[in-house]
Design a protein. Structure first.
Length: 265
């Protein structure tokens, strides 16, 4: 509500950023956000609809693949089409809002060429004469989602710290150079701790997989015949080890929420 407040003519970037953060933090964030945004984009108040479209574009830029996956579903695309279609809200939606919605859908056909449903929806609008010609997307207003660029060093990974470090290193004051030295050491230490965490996670997952696989084999044999004493002991040992690894896995999962691929594993 704050990010799309129609009584404020300018964008409330602080609230928009908080909304994006909430979307990223919540597992249901993208689908819930789009339900809310669709409602606001269909608002009869022009300013509320325009603000909602700015929030939508900012989410596309900042909320990653889960969000992109949701915008490419007909469920959401249909809500945007309703703003343009004379059968729904097209007769009373303002020209400014309709032009912006058209720009948004067209820009997605360019940035997400792999999403067939977006292209189909846009082609249908053209076929029905609702969109007469492709809009010219103003470069300064809507930006394509930033592609993940490889970090060339640990000093690129944290933008704030990188800027601070660059500023300190340019200084002629000895205390600034000492501060730069301390910052470099802390960044290196942070990176080492991160690497150690990744290594621990990979090793733990590998050990769990091996243990479970071996347990499966022994249990499969147990169904067919009585296990030997040594196999029974092995099974018991594996079970105890897995019991100990279980809480560690949960902890590793909770530390990994910002890395989808690792969390999936």
């Amino acid at each position: 509500d704050k990010a799309t407040d129609p009584s404020i003519p300018e964008e409330n970037w602080e609230c928009i950023q908080q909304f994006c953060d909430q979307v990223n933090a919540d597992i249901e964030g993208p689908s819930l956000a789009l339900r809310l945004l669709a409602h606001k984009i269909q608002s009869p108040q022009e300013m509320e609809a325009l603000h909602a479209l700015t929030v939508l574009e900012t989410c596309v830029n900042n909320c990653g693949e889960r969000f992109h996956h949701e915008i490419a579903k007909f469920r959401f695309l249909n809500e945007l089409i309703k703003v343009l279609s004379p059968k729904y809200y097209g007769t009373w939606s303002s020209e400014k809002v309709k032009a912006r919605v058209t720009e948004v859908i067209f820009s997605w056909t360019v940035w997400f060429p792999q999403e067939v449903k977006i292209r189909d929806a846009y082609q249908m609008l053209k076929k029905q004469g609702i969109v007469k010609e492709d809009p010219k997307v103003p470069e300064d207003k809507i930006l394509p989602p930033p592609s993940p660029r490889p970090q060339s060093s640990i000093f690129d990974a944290d933008e704030e710290k990188s800027k601070l470090l660059a500023r300190l290193l340019k200084s002629n004051h000895s205390e600034d150079l000492q501060a730069a030295n301390r910052l470099i050491k802390s960044m290196i230490k942070e990176e080492q701790e991160k690497s150690a965490k990744v290594s621990r996670r990979v090793n733990t997952i590998s050990e769990v997989s091996e243990n479970v696989k071996r347990m499966d084999e022994l249990l499969e044999n147990y169904k067919k015949q009585e296990l030997s004493k040594s196999d029974q002991e092995t099974l018991q040992t594996l079970f105890q080890r897995c019991e100990k690894l279980r809480p560690l896995l949960f902890r590793l999962a909770s530390e990994t929420v910002d890395d989808d691929e690792a969390l999936g594993k």
